[in-house]
Design a protein. Structure first.
Length: 110
């Protein structure tokens, strides 16, 4: 797929890459957390503790990524989910994200 070389489409492309990278990192963190929970279920606490440290590192990385690209992520309807400890979301940011989510639901019938 070829992209136009004007500045608007280049900027939009980079925003979509930022969004995709955030989603990839968040999904990886959730998968790793599920592995930790499975290890705890079979009483492999040492291994679970090692991997839990990795989950904490991923969580801190995702928080830093969200804070860096907050404006772009909010524009595309992404608000911090439960494991992230970002509590300083303004009402305007929440309204922007909710408006995008509602428009997306109407467009795709979700």
């Amino acid at each position: 797929m070829k992209f136009k070389k004007d500045s608007k489409s280049m900027e939009e492309n980079s925003e979509l890459r930022i969004l995709a990278e955030y989603n990839r990192r968040f999904k990886q963190m959730k998968i790793t957390q599920k592995k930790v929970n499975k290890l705890r279920d079979v009483e492999m606490d040492k291994e679970a503790k090692k991997i839990q440290e990795l989950v904490q590192l991923l969580l801190e990385e995702i928080e830093a990524y969200y804070r860096t690209y907050r404006k772009v992520l909010t524009k595309y309807g992404v608000l911090p989910e439960a494991p992230l400890e970002i509590n300083d979301i303004t009402k305007d940011e929440r309204d922007i994200a909710t408006a995008w989510q509602n428009a997306h639901r109407k467009k795709y019938g979700i």
